[in-house]
Design a protein around this ligand. Structure first.
Ligand code: UD1
Length: 349
């Protein structure tokens, strides 16, 4: 059995690493294609190295661009690549990026069964490009690997029931697998001068937050109201939008962090403030409360017991959410082993 996996952005490298291992264990051959969406060494190469991923078999070199340019270029280059190659038993895409959408459209039109890992997530906010990418990808997929019961229900509500599997969350396998390595290879002293619990960790990169300068300024004002230093590893997208934004004194901006260093930064933080999808879960799995800098979340399970709180971009809401503590023990992480379950269901097809 031979499948192609299409990745291109940081969180996809993190998810692809444990699934690759499980596919190998199940005797499935995987060809790894990098779209080139993330290309800076600290956004891409460092992840491959830390996660033990081999160099991609192909890099499409798409790079940055408008949504149409990024999606279209990826489609053209991927289609050309796949048309040269041998027949395939499947094509795996992850999550909701432009590369996910491009991979989905190309696979569907070449008649290659599409496998969507992290299917069924919905924010119900179509102003998010990711929401559009997810809806189309789920509609085209033959195998839909859902991380949560909510995601299965979301698909059912859209009439998608065939090929839907509740597999659990592949990111949980990654966190479990790499948390120990993070402790060893990326000690806190190599990441920040602050001690455990003495700082907040924050990330901001969503278009909805970065491309609206008032909203971005408002988020930074909120970080300025927190009662401890805030370490902010900054995505290049946000870095580019920072001119004219007041950065409060307690906010320490750093370059993007590698995966292991980020795990350490999160594990030792007082709380995490983020608009990332993955970090909302990673922080909880590491026992750290999260404040989400958005108005809604696809990961509604994380809201239980106040472990994750939606604060949008309003400074008062951000400061208030950071003062509050969870009301219950951390919500159940769910069963690890999603990667093995996905590999088994592919091997059985
Ligand atoms: C993409 C995904 C988003 C995901 C995120 C993970 C889409 C629509 N969005 O957003 O869902 O959460 O990846 O990080 O696919 N840039 C660099 N170096 C790089 C990559 C990007 O400088 O290696 C800069 C460029 O200025 C680029 C900007 O970052 O224009 C945004 O990058 P882009 O690929 O458009 O999307 P992300 O914001 O990373």
């Amino acid at each position: 059995m031979h499948i192609v996996t299409v990745v291109g952005a940081r969180p996809q490298f993190v998810k692809a690493a444990p699934l690759r291992r499980a596919l190998m264990d199940a005797g499935i051959r995987e060809t790894l294609v990098h779209t080139g969406q993330h290309y800076d060494p600290e956004m891409s190469a460092v992840f491959f190295e830390e996660l033990g991923l081999p160099d991609p078999d192909a890099n499409l070199g798409t790079g940055s661009g408008t949504h149409a340019v990024q999606t279209g270029e990826t489609m053209m280059r991927l289609e050309a690549l796949l048309m040269q190659g041998p027949p395939l038993d499947g094509l795996i895409v992850y999550g909701d990026t432009n590369g996910t959408l491009a991979g989905a459209l190309v696979a569907a039109k070449l008649g290659i069964p599409l496998i969507h890992v992290e299917a069924g997530l919905r924010s119900f906010n179509r102003r998010m490009p990711e929401e559009i990418n997810r809806i189309v990808t789920d509609r085209l997929a033959s195998v839909l690997c859902c991380p949560t019961e909510t995601s299965v229900r979301n698909l059912a509500a859209e009439g998608i029931v065939e090929g839907v599997h509740l597999t659990g969350d592949v990111m949980l396998d990654a966190t479990r697998f790499f948390a120990e390595a993070a402790g060893r290879r990326a000690p806190l002293s190599s990441v920040t001068t602050h001690g455990p619990g003495a700082y907040y960790a924050a990330t901001v990169h969503r278009a909805g937050n970065t491309d609206d300068s008032e909203r971005l300024a408002s988020i930074f004002e909120g970080l300025g109201r927190l009662d401890a230093p805030v370490v902010v590893p900054l995505h290049p997208r946000t870095q580019a939008r920072l001119s004219g934004i007041a950065v409060p004194e307690n906010v320490e901006i750093t370059d993007p962090l590698s995966y292991l260093r980020m795990l350490t930064l999160v594990r030792c933080a007082r709380a995490v403030l983020t608009d990332s999808g993955g970090l909302q879960k990673e922080s909880l799995w590491l026992g750290v409360p999260c404040i989400t800098l958005r108005e809604e979340t696809e990961w509604v399970e994380t809201l239980e017991g106040g472990w994750n709180r939606l604060a949008g971009a309003d400074p008062a809401r951000i400061a208030e959410a950071a003062r509050m503590r969870p009301e219950t023990p951390a919500p159940e992480a769910g069963e690890p082993g999603a990667t093995a379950r996905i590999a088994a269901l592919l091997a059985n097809r």
